[in-house]
Design a binder for this molecule. Structure first.
Ligand code: CDP
Length: 249
């Protein structure tokens, strides 16, 4: 352990090339996806991804609120990402902040690229993402959960949207950063992929990378998204093979 001021900086990569949780650089954290976790929503999903716990609920197509957002030729997609005050170690101020607004916007825009919104003019498709426990990569976990909830609600889409963050830790490109890696690493690059076309519909970056590192990151991220895509399809198959969770209350 080194130290910067009062803060302990963990060793992010061992001499053997393993990460703090023992993962390889190209390894995802374990992911568990449960589709149809809520009775009241039209579609829902609960995702546990490493130490992240994220719930997504979808309502719609339904009447647009506020009314002035209504569009005559397509559905509006409204996304609300929220992180619970108890989701992080240091209590977060509850409610809407700039970070939640930004994440809601980028996730909503990503879904605009895949949902067949023109099939439901003058309606709203409302996506709610609640982060109950956060450990980096919550926007990606939120995207995965929301994809599954949209599919569960029967909303027609080009494809599901797998997502993952790639980053740079101890000078190396690594898949799916956990919190310490996000905090003490050099860069963080969340992305969401349309698997069918190979198009990225969300790509953000914090930190610094060279051009070579960026292309290496994109390649690793796309590979990670494809791995997550398989888990998403498997979760849908499980949901519809066994029927609704907890019966039809
Ligand atoms: O969660 P994501 O990586 O998509 O977004 P971020 O803004 O890069 O946040 C990274 C991580 O920092 C979150 O997942 C939380 O674990 C943590 N965080 C926090 O502890 N307190 C906040 N107010 C915001 C984020």
């Amino acid at each position: 352990m080194g130290s910067v001021g009062a803060k302990e900086v963990p060793v992010l990569l061992s001499p053997e090339g393993l990460r703090i949780d023992g993962r390889q650089l190209n390894e995802l954290r374990p992911i568990r996806i449960q589709v149809g976790a809520l009775h009241n929503a039209d579609g829902s999903a609960f995702v546990e991804w490493g130490a992240n716990k994220v719930m997504a609920a979808v309502y719609g197509p339904r009447e647009v609120h506020p009314r002035h957002l209504q569009q005559n030729n397509k559905a509006v997609i409204q996304c609300k990402y929220n992180m619970a005050a108890f989701a992080v170690d240091e209590r977060k101020r509850p409610g809407l902040d700039r970070r939640s607004q930004e994440i809601s916007k980028v996730i909503g825009e990503a879904f605009e690229s895949v949902v067949f919104a023109e099939e439901y003019p003058r309606t709203s498709i409302d996506i709610y993402i609640e982060v109950l426990q956060a450990n980096a990569g919550t926007r990606c976990a939120g995207l995965v959960a929301a994809s599954m909830a949209l599919a569960d609600a029967g909303i027609p889409m080009v494809d599901l949207l797998p997502a993952v963050a790639v980053g740079k830790i101890a000078g190396k490109i690594a898949l799916d950063l956990k919190k310490e890696e996000d905090n003490f690493g050099d860069a963080d690059l969340p992305m969401a992929l349309v698997p069918q076309s190979g198009r990225l519909v969300l790509l953000q970056m914090e930190g610094h990378m060279t051009e070579d590192e960026l292309s290496q990151s994109l390649e690793l991220g796309v590979q990670g998204c494809r791995e997550i895509y398989e888990k998403m399809k498997q979760a849908l198959r499980e949901r519809y093979a066994t029927g609704p969770i907890g019966g039809s209350a």
